[in-house]
Every structure is written in structure tokens, then in C-alpha cells.
Design a protein around this ligand. Structure first.
Ligand code: HEM
Length: 123
């Protein structure tokens, strides 16, 4: 039997269809969460979807190019609290569960995104 080649997290979770499913589930979760939806009232959701997919793809080791703005720039002026950051993380976990990620895979994604909080909080 061929050796198992180590894959990226991106490949392991199912590649682009899964990244798209996570993003669509997240947008759905955001639309039903009053606290978080407040932030997105003026957002172009088409753009958000496109950039979030690219971002998640790149950050899980996928073959994409991120064409959005820096995390600092995008979230600047929103004064995002720790509570609301944690709320988005909860929504993202729901989105990943619905997309079929295992508990381990969910944690691997969170581990990549968690350090970005310093660029996002209270700006
Ligand atoms: C690890 C956590 C997060 C990640 C990875 C993330 C990622 C992103 C990405 C990739 C974009 C699109 C960038 C672009 O359009 O160029 C974006 C936009 C946005 N994010 Fe986040 N985000 C995170 C946390 C949060 C939190 C906690 C909030 C608010 C509670 C938030 C609110 C927004 C809003 C409102 C936009 C749209 C801004 C606009 O209308 O231009 N994000 N985020």
C-alpha cells in the first residue's frame, strides 16, 4: 500500500467545497445572531464571503491567494470586544460542525485563527 502522504489541513477537511460550506454556514449563523449581525449591517456580504473563503483557504494551507485587506485594517474602527470575538468563534464552531469537521479539525482551524485576535480586538 502507498505511504500516506501528509496533507494540508485544507485537503484533510475536504478542500474548497468544505471551505465554502463553512463560510456559508458562518454567514447564516451571523445573520441569526443579533449581537454579531450589528457589526455586519453595512457589509457587502458578497465581498465578505469571497474574502473569507480565500482567507480560510490560505490559512489552512490551501492553494489560494488572499486578496482582502489585513485583519487590522478590516476590523479597525469597530472596537470589537473580547466577548464578541468569542461569540464569533462560537458561531464559527457551529459552522464547522455543520460542515462535518471533526472536533480535532475544528480545533486545528481555531489554532490557526486564534493568534489573529491581537489584530482584531479593540481597534
Ligand atoms: C479569527 C477571527 C476573525 C477572522 C479570521 C475574520 C476574518 C475576516 C475577513 C477575511 C474579512 C473580509 C476582509 C475583506 O473584506 O477584505 C472580515 C470582515 C469583517 N469582519 Fe472579521 N474576522 C474575525 C473576527 C471578527 C469579529 C470578532 C468581528 C465582530 C464581532 C468581525 C467583524 C467583521 C466585519 C463587520 C467585517 C466586514 C467589514 C466591512 O464591511 O468592510 N470579524 N473578517
Amino acid at each position: 500500500a502507498p505511504n500516506k502522504v501528509p496533507q494540508s489541513l485544507y485537503d484533510e477537511i475536504g478542500g474548497m467545497p468544505t471551505v465554502e460550506a463553512i463560510t456559508d454556514n458562518l454567514i447564516n449563523e451571523i445573520s441569526f445572531n443579533e449581537t454579531i449581525y450589528r457589526y455586519f449591517k453595512k457589509t457587502n456580504i458578497r465581498r465578505f464571503r469571497e474574502k473569507f473563503i480565500e482567507h480560510l483557504c490560505v490559512n489552512t494551507g490551501g492553494p489560494c491567494i488572499y486578496t482582502g485587506d489585513t485583519m487590522l485594517r478590516v476590523h479597525q474602527g469597530q472596537n470589537i470586544s473580547e466577548t464578541d470575538f468569542n461569540l464569533i468563534v462560537d458561531l464559527l464552531v457551529n459552522a464547522m460542525k455543520k460542515a462535518g469537521l471533526t472536533y480535532t479539525q475544528q480545533n486545528q482551524v481555531l489554532k490557526v485563527l486564534a493568534p489573529m485576535r491581537v489584530e482584531i480586538l479593540y481597534k
